[in-house]
Design a protein around this ligand. Structure first.
Ligand code: SME
Length: 433
């Protein structure tokens, strides 16, 4: 290390922050973006400033961190880059496309930071992990054809490094990497496997919905349920996290050969948006039977949320909230019970808050077709578009509720309402016993 080695670094992309961590240099990162913390939770330990992402980052905010190096990667916001350069701050701009670029960028960062050997070690470990998957993938037989997208509207094929990871896992990428494509053109290539990792969407790509919206039901991947969402940061962050993405791809292509890693989700069996009335009837009967066999209210609620979540593709969050009996009179509070779906920040909801509070207070089912237009709405996931809440009554008094969120607007029809109120009734009757 020389006296000129940067001591105060601002990282504007998760890949740069992750590489700094891999090099053991996180303590020199004085500021990063909130997205950096998604892939590198240690970055949010409270010791560094969180700046806006590089698309919108305020040059002033960056200057305030007094860096002697700013590391950014494509896409840049040109005005911000201009401001940084004008302020005389050293700027390292990366634009990786291939795996070689990713390795070279790690080397460059390590070189600039005065730790070239550590850079080589990070790259060596990544290469070794890739070779390991390559040798473990079966080579005989036809290679599975794979399409992977980094964005859904419009459909944008993933970057060249993803195509290379797919090749390492024994697959063949069917599109031009990075190209904007149409649903029809992808359908024509008849991929055996479909992967989706939308930038910024985490693991929340609505697989069932894109299949039905794009008319992809006849694609071999869909007919065989070979449709997966891989957590965005594992494929779209050009750094060591790509190895996690590779492991996910390897499992999707050869489930027998590799254990299922974190960060990959497979499409559910229902591929259509709305289910048949007959299915509601079957579900209603099935859930009544479950209730008659339940050994506790908790177990019944768990069975209901699990069954509803798996049977109805557009029920994206299903959970019970029950009034806390401890403080029922003084501070009536709804407490989150069994649920399926994304973790919610709302584990306790006072009766005067949210759609949830309103439904129990009014003792009525509430259906909200567009949550963004309802001032009462408490957000659980940014993807939620509509919600239904049905109270659970014990001897005529609302004691809790069944709450369902959907990523589709106006998802809940009269059939849904009947089904959900039936489930709430099953729990109420159980509690009355
Ligand atoms: N949306 C609810 C809060 C609960 S979460 O959606 C799981 C409400 O507005 O009360």
């Amino acid at each position: 290390m020389t006296p000129y080695t940067p001591q105060r670094v601002v990282c504007l992309q998760p890949s740069a922050t992750l590489t700094m961590r891999d090099l053991g240099l996180l303590d020199r990162v004085v500021a990063c973006t909130k997205y950096c913390a998604d892939v590198c939770p240690e970055a949010a330990d409270g010791t560094r400033q969180i700046v806006a992402d590089s698309w919108s980052s305020q040059a002033a905010q960056i200057r305030a961190a007094q860096p002697n190096l700013v590391i950014a990667s494509v896409p840049y916001q040109l005005e911000a880059v201009g401001e940084i350069l004008k302020a005389g701050i050293r700027f390292l701009g990366l634009a990786p496309r291939t795996l070689s670029d990713v390795f070279a960028d790690i080397d460059v960062i390590a070189g600039v930071m005065g730790v070239p050997d550590d850079g080589e070690a990070v790259v060596r470990d990544m290469r070794r992990a890739i070779d390991d998957v390559r040798t473990r993938c079966p080579r005989d037989g036809k290679k599975p054809t794979v399409f992977c997208e980094e964005w859904g509207k419009p459909i944008i094929a993933s970057q060249p490094w993803v195509a290379e990871l797919i090749a390492a896992a024994g697959g063949e990428f069917v599109s031009e990497p990075g190209a904007t494509v149409t649903a029809e053109s992808i359908a024509e290539t008849k991929p055996d496997v479909l992967l989706a990792a939308w930038c910024g969407a985490g693991d929340r790509v609505p697989l069932e919905k894109i299949v039905s919206q794009r008319d992809w039901q006849k694609i071999p991947a869909v007919e065989n349920k070979q449709v997966f969402c891989i957590s965005d940061e594992l494929l779209n962050t050009p750094a060591s996290s790509l190895i996690g993405g590779l492991n996910a791809i390897a499992w999707a292509l050869h489930p027998g050969q590799f254990p299922q890693p974190m960060g990959i989700r497979q499409i559910r069996s229902e591929q259509t948006m709305h289910i048949e009335t007959a299915t509601y009837d079957t579900l209603t009967t099935e859930l009544s039977r479950l209730a008659s066999q339940a050994v506790s209210a908790e177990q019944l609620m768990t069975a209901i949320v699990e069954r509803l979540g798996e049977a109805v593709p557009y029920y994206n969050w299903v959970g019970f909230y029950m009034l806390d009996p401890q403080n029922a009179d003084k501070y009536p509070m709804l407490v989150l019970g069994p649920y399926v779906g994304a973790e919610t920040p709302h584990k306790h909801i006072p009766l005067n808050q949210g759609i949830c509070g309103a439904a129990v207070t009014a003792g009525q089912t509430i259906v909200v077709d567009d949550v963004s237009a309802d001032p009462r709405y408490l957000a659980c996931s940014l993807e939620t578009k509509s919600e239904i809440v049905a109270p659970v009554f014990v001897k005529g008094v609302a004691v809790g509720e069944l709450d369902i969120d959907s990523h589709s607007p106006s998802a809940f029809t009269a059939d849904d309402r009947r089904l959900i109120e039936h489930c709430a009734r099953l729990v109420g009757h159980y509690l009355e016993k």
